[in-house]
Design a protein around this ligand. Structure first.
Ligand code: ASP
Ligand code: MG
Length: 363
């Protein structure tokens, strides 16, 4: 369905009632331009971290959670909504202080970040005159596996989504759903792992035959390396699906590996990552456009980009690391993957990242 797009609103862009309104204005403009939108919500900035701490008994977190959600609810839905929201958070506080703690309870508590966020987004969209189909992820996204790291059951979710799409077509409405959460077959709530709303977004797209996904975030796209560690990073304009998948395995821009599994990434899919006003990074199938980036996961650093997996690049890398006084513990590449990965001593990891970035991006 080419006129549809899944829009995932990242938590980094959600911090006030005003931020919900500004997304609503952009979404309305998109709809007015003839695009149908399926909206996936993250929790507000900092909320998932805070709920996790609360779930593990840090009751002091309640103050931050209550203050933030109360003021947003008040502005978006008035005193009634504010008191409902405050009641929900108060209830979570009680649970966190009395119930025996286990992974199911943790996920139950943590799921409320997204659940409240969807309520807020719906209010803002309605205020902007957008016709909304309010969709509870717990009724639609079927999951299995472990709490805190669940997988979407594609077969059941596919059937549930078909009903959502049918209703959305009938009512000419925009579905709005929570990312990151779903329901296990025993009825309990589970989360999909950190950054899991990206996973919900690509799954919803793939299972609904929607070929475009826009992941709205607070930075203009994917950079060639973490700008907090390496200077002179560049915006990567395009990534092939294979490169994006590889990048997701090495923590690049928090890309979620589950969101980029090959079974979800259909050949005609295009995923844009960026802000509303930036061109962003475009992820799509087909040949690489010469993307080059450097990621890291734990002690492992990886050069990523189709074509880096060659003896020539490996030699240049080893020489540069040697010249910089960084010993290499191991180095690995295969023709099947667009990357070279290597391990260095932990205390030299940042230095190695800078050297690797020079070799692959500037070199
Ligand atoms: N709110 C969840 C997290 O912070 C999911 C997401 O934002 O994608 O991990
Ligand atoms: Mg995120």
């Amino acid at each position: 369905m080419s006129s549809w797009i899944v829009v995932k609103i990242g938590g980094s862009t959600l911090s006030s009632a005003g931020s919900y309104f500004s997304h609503a204005v952009k979404i309305r403009a998109l709809i007015e331009s003839g695009v149908r939108t399926f909206i996936v919500l993250s929790a507000m900035r900092g909320v998932t971290d805070s709920l996790l701490k609360l779930a593990w008994g840090r009751l002091g977190e309640l103050e931050f959670l209550r203050e933030l959600h109360y003021s947003v609810a008040l502005e978006l839905g008035g005193a009634n909504l504010a008191s409902v929201v405050d009641g929900i958070l108060g209830g979570l506080g009680k649970l966190a202080s009395t119930a025996p703690r286990g992974p199911a309870l943790v996920d139950y508590i943590v799921s409320h970040g997204e659940r409240l966020s969807r309520i807020f987004m719906v209010k803002a969209l309605e205020a902007e005159g957008v016709k909304v189909l309010n969709v509870n992820a717990l009724d639609i996204i079927a999951v299995r596996g472990d709490y805190g790291d669940a997988y979407i059951d594609y077969r059941v979710t596919f059937m549930n989504l078909a009903k959502v799409r049918e209703l959305a077509e009938l009512e000419k409405a925009s579905p709005v759903i929570e990312g990151f959460i779903g329901r296990m077959s025993d009825g309990s709530i589970a989360t999909l792992g950190r950054g899991g709303s990206d996973y919900t977004a690509t799954a919803v797209a793939s299972l609904s035959s929607i070929d475009r996904v826009f992941m709205v975030t607070d930075v203009p796209g994917v950079f060639s390396c973490d700008p907090r560690i390496v200077s002179g990073v560049r915006l990567v304009e395009e990534l092939s699906l294979r490169e994006a998948r590889e990048a997701s395995l090495y923590n690049v821009k928090g890309l979620n590996p589950k969101a980029f599994t090959p079974e979800l990434l259909k050949e005609d899919m295009e995923i844009r990552i960026g802000t509303w006003s930036s061109k962003g990074t475009l992820v799509r199938a087909g040949a690489s456009n010469g993307a080059k980036l450097v990621g890291y996961k734990g002690p492992t650093i990886a050069l990523i980009g189709e074509g880096v997996q060659s003896v020539k690049v490996a030699v240049r890398l080893l020489e540069a690391l040697d010249a910089g006084g960084v010993p290499v513990y191991s180095l690995e590449f295969t023709v099947e993957k667009p990357s070279i990965s290597f391990k260095v001593p932990e205390n030299l990891a940042f230095k190695a990242l800078n050297i690797a970035h020079k070799v692959v991006v500037d070199g």
